[in-house]
Design a protein around this ligand. Structure first.
Ligand SMILES: *[C@@H]1O[C@H](CO)[C@@H](O)[C@H](O)[C@H]1NC(C)=O
Length: 230
């Protein structure tokens, strides 16, 4: 599941413009050629299972314009971005590439189309980064959570939980997708630290203002009180 995919079907004139851009030194904004198809029998919104760990929340992201990809998924690091291989879109997302109802019907009839894509910034207006404690968590022995609503176009490549009293920190494991886990988590209110990495290898730790409460519960969501814009 790769939420927040934005895809563009480009006219030839645009394509040549992008070719010029492609020759620039940095290619993080370049469009990459690929193909897209859709699940022929899918619900309009596609499936609510997915290796990113977003669950049914994932199918609603970006208004349902979501896609499954393989290569840029990068074992979960790419969750929230998009892929360099064929895209398998929800029927809804696929038809939204058409600018009119008729165009959408023609696209659906084609089944597979050539596309060009690039990673874009994710945007979650009026939302902070939110921690959703996984249902499989077992207080206080096992903690797993998903990180929701991460704006921008960086990757979260490490997550730590620190005790607020003595600042002992524990590095979490990426279990799969956007799901971070640890056995025997630190105790007390927990200060979260997320390492954001960009495509140039620059890394920044972001420390939310809100702690995860001491008595965290499976299934709960906690607002971190922070958001990022890059
Ligand atoms: C985001 O967090 C700030 C505190 O840092 C808070 O004032 C604000 O209400 C939060 N926004 C939302 C949409 O929850």
């Amino acid at each position: 599941m790769a939420p927040s995919l934005r895809f563009l079907l480009l006219l030839p004139a645009t394509f040549f413009f992008m070719q010029t851009l492609a020759e620039a030194a940095t290619c993080s904004d370049c469009f990459i050629q690929s193909q897209a198809a859709y699940y022929p029998n899918s619900d309009e919104y596609g499936t609510d299972t997915g290796r990113c760990g977003y669950g049914s929340f994932g199918a609603t992201l970006n208004g349902g314009d979501v896609a499954a990809v393989s290569a840029l998924y990068r074992d979960g690091v790419g969750c929230g971005s998009s892929g360099n291989t064929d895209f398998i879109l929800s029927r809804r997302a696929f038809s939204r590439m058409g600018q009119t109802t008729d165009a959408a019907a023609s696209l659906l009839a084609l089944g597979v189309v050539d596309i060009e894509y690039r990673r874009v910034s994710c945007s979650y207006p009026y939302k902070n980064i939110t921690i959703k404690i996984d249902q499989n968590s077992n207080y206080p022995y096992y903690l797993a959570f998903v990180i929701w609503h991460q704006q921008g176009r960086r990757d979260i490549t490490a997550v730590q939980l620190c005790e607020t009293q003595n600042f002992a920190c524990k590095l979490l494991d990426r279990s799969y997708g956007a799901v971070w886990t640890t056995t025997s988590p630190p105790s007390g209110p927990l200060s979260l630290r997320m390492l954001f990495s960009d495509e140039n290898g620059d890394e920044t730790w972001v420390v939310p203002v809100n702690n995860i409460p001491q008595d965290w519960k499976a299934g709960e969501t906690y607002d971190t009180g922070v958001q990022v814009n890059s």
